[in-house]
Design a protein around this ligand. Structure first.
Ligand code: IMP
Length: 499
C-alpha cells in the first residue's frame, strides 16, 4: 500500500459511512474520488440520479469502467446497492452490466469481483436494486421530449434519459416501480395508468413530429417482462439491507450523482436534474435515518463546468459557443501535434495577459478534455467560484473537500478567482444566494490569484507540491472553512494528493 493510501485508510477508519456529493454542476470527478475511497468500504450505495450520470472508475488492475446506473463499487468487488432514490432503467442497466462484465472478464486481477461467472462467483453480482425504485418506460422519455419541445428558449438541455418525468410521475403517484416487474398484473396496471394520463401529451408530441413512434402499452409491458427474469435476484428491500449491514458493522460509501447545482430543491431550479443530489439525499434515497450520515465529502472542481442550460456565475465564455467548440474541433481533443500547439500558444497568451475570454475558455476545455461521459456534449468552463462553494458547503455540511483537477493550473502565472457575488449593489454574505432566477444576474467579484509554473501533474505526495500551490490551497481553505483532504493532480489513479 502506498503511503498515500495508508494515510487515507487511517482517516477512513473513523467513518462507518461517508457520503460523496458533487459541489458544482456535475462532472467534478466523483468517480475518481470514489475509486480512491471505496477500498475502505464494504458496500457502495447510490442514492440519487439514474442513467443520466457517468462515473469513471477502474478495476484494481487499472481497466476503465464508466458506470451510469450501477454503483462504482462493482469495479472493485464491492456490494452495490441501487437505492429507492435512484431512477431505474432496465434496458440500460442490462447493457451496462454486460459492458462491465466484458471489462471485468479481461481483467488480470486475482479477484476481479463476483461478477464474471466461473471465477469463483457465488452469484452473478452482488447488486441490490430497491423494489420500490421508480421504473423507466419509453413514455418517460417521450414525455420529456414533449416538455422540452414546449419550453421554447428556456429548454433545460437534459440528457434525454427521462429523469424529470421519472421523478414527476412518481410524485403524481403514477409511477411503475421496479418490484412491479415481478408481477405481470401490477406492471401492466401501472403502465396503463401512466399511459392514460400521458396520452394527450404524447399525441401532441406526435403532432409536432409525425416520425416519432409511440409504442403500444402491451409492447412496453411485454418487453419489460422479457427482461425482468434477468434481474429477479437483485430486486430487494435495499433500505432494510443497508440498515442491517450497518448494525453488523459494515462500512458503507454513499455515492451521489449529479451535484449541488443540479439538485431538484437546492440547485439552480428549473435548470436542474430531478433527483436529490445533495447530502441529505443520502438519507431520503436510502431510507436510513439522518444520524447515519455524520460525514460528507464535497467534490469540487478547481475550474467548474456546466452542460445544458442554466445560470453559471463564474463562466468564462458563452455557453452555446463553448459547448459547440468541443464538437467542432475534435482534433484538439485528441492527443497529437494540433492539440499540443494549440495549448502552448493559448497558454502563452494567457500568461502575457493577451488572451480573450474565448481563448482562456478553449485552453482549459481542451486541457481538461471537457466532454460529458454520458452524452459526449462539450462542457462550458468557469473560474474557481468561492461564493458558490460557500453555498454548497452550507447545504451539504461537508467534513472534507476533494478538490479535483488542480493540475489544470500548472504553468499558469495567475488566474481570476471569484471571491464574491454582488447582488443589487451589495456583496452577499457567505452561504447566501439570490433566488435561482436572479443568479444569472449577479455581478461576480474577482481577484487574481497566483498559480504555479511547475507542472504538478501526477504528484501524489503533499510535500512534493510546490510552495505556491500549497499557498493557493491554504488560501482557498481559509475562504471555505473546510479542510481540503484530497487534491487531484491528473487523470491517473495515483494522481491524487492526500493532505
Ligand atoms: P437530466 O438529469 O437529464 O434531467 O438533465 C437536467 C440537467 O442536468 C441538464 O442540464 C443536464 O445536462 C444536467 N446533468 C444531468 N446529469 C448530469 C451529469 O451527470 N453531469 C453533468 N450534468 C448533468
Amino acid at each position: 500500500m502506498s503511503g498515500n493510501n495508508q494515510k487515507l485508510s487511517e482517516i477512513l477508519k473513523q467513518h462507518q459511512t461517508l457520503v460523496v456529493v458533487g459541489g458544482n454542476w456535475g462532472d467534478e470527478g466523483k468517480g475518481k474520488v470514489i475509486d480512491l475511497l471505496m477500498g475502505s468500504f464494504d458496500i457502495v450505495a447510490r442514492f440519487s440520479g439514474g442513467s443520466n450520470a457517468g462515473h469513471t472508475v477502474f478495476t484494481p488492475s487499472g481497466l476503465k469502467i464508466v458506470s451510469h446506473q450501477i454503483p462504482c463499487g462493482l469495479a472493485q468487488n464491492k456490494i452495490c446497492v441501487m437505492s429507492r432514490g435512484e431512477f431505474f432503467n432496465l434496458k440500460l442497466f442490462l447493457q451496462e452490466l454486460e459492458e462491465t462484465k466484458k471489462v471485468l472478464l479481461q481483467s488480470d486481477d486475482p479477484h476481479p469481483g463476483p461478477l464474471p461467472e466461473g471465477k469463483g462467483a457465488k452469484k452473478l453480482a452482488d447488486i441490490y436494486i430497491d423494489q420500490q425504485a421508480t421504473l423507466w418506460t419509453p413514455y418517460h422519455s417521450l414525455f420529456e421530449a414533449y416538455i422540452e419541445a414546449t419550453r421554447d428558449e428556456r429548454k433545460i438541455g437534459t440528457t434525454n434519459k427521462g429523469i424529470g418525468p421519472l421523478e414527476g410521475v412518481y410524485k403524481l403517484r403514477l409511477s411503475p416501480l421496479v418490484g412491479h416487474l415481478l408481477d405481470e398484473k401490477l406492471l401492466s396496471h401501472s403502465i396503463h395508468a401512466l399511459y392514460k394520463v400521458l396520452e394527450p401529451s404524447l399525441a401532441s408530441l406526435k403532432g409536432l413530429d409525425a416520425s416519432i413512434k409511440i409504442p403500444l402499452v402491451e409492447d412496453v409491458v411485454r418487453e419489460l417482462l422479457q427482461d425482468a427474469p434477468k434481474i429477479k435476484d437483485f430486486i430487494n428491500d435495499s433500505s432494510f439491507f443497508l440498515y442491517q449491514s450497518l448494525k453488523q458493522g459494515k462500512k458503507i460509501l454513499f455515492e451521489g450523482a449529479q451535484a449541488t447545482g443540479l439538485d431538484a430543491w437546492w440547485g439552480t431550479y428549473p435548470f436542474v436534474s430531478s433527483g436529490n443530489s445533495v447530502a441529505t439525499g443520502a438519507s431520503l434515497g436510502t431510507g436510513l435515518s439522518m444520524d447515519n450520515f455524520p460525514s460528507t465529502i464535497l467534490v469540487a472542481k478547481t475550474l467548474p463546468t456546466r452542460v445544458g442550460n442554466g445560470p453559471f456565475p463564474s463562466e468564462m465564455w458563452e455557453r452555446q459557443a463553448a459547448m459547440a467548440f468541443t464538437k467542432e474541433h475534435p482534433d484538439l481533443f485528441t492527443k497529437g501535434a494540433a492539440r499540443d500547439g494549440f495549448l502552448s500558444a493559448n497558454l502563452e497568451k494567457i500568461n502575457s495577459g493577451k488572451a480573450s475570454a474565448a481563448e482562456i475558455s478553449q485552453y482549459f476545455q481542451v486541457l481538461g478534455d471537457e466532454r460529458g461521459a454520458t452524452t459526449g456534449r462539450g462542457r462550458s468552463i468557469g473560474y474557481l467560484d468561492i461564493p458558490w462553494l460557500q453555498y454548497a458547503i452550507r447545504i451539504n455540511g461537508p467534513k472534507y473537500i476533494a478538490l479535483t483537477r488542480f493540475d489544470m493550473l500548472s504553468g499558469v502565472k495567475s488566474i481570476p478567482v471569484v471571491v464574491g457575488y454582488k447582488h443589487h449593489g451589495q456583496i452577499l454574505p457567505p452561504g447566501k444566494l439570490p433566488a435561482a432566477w436572479e443568479l444569472g444576474d449577479v455581478e461576480v467579484v474577482k481577484e487574481n490569484w497566483p498559480c504555479f509554473m511547475e507542472n504538478i501533474g501526477g504528484i501524489s505526495e503533499a510535500d512534493k507540491l510546490p510552495t505556491p500551490a500549497k499557498e493557493f490551497l491554504s488560501k482557498l481553505e481559509k475562504h471555505l472553512g473546510v479542510p481540503i483532504l484530497l487534491v487531484g493532480t491528473g487523470p491517473g489513479r495515483e494522481a491524487m494528493v492526500v493532505r
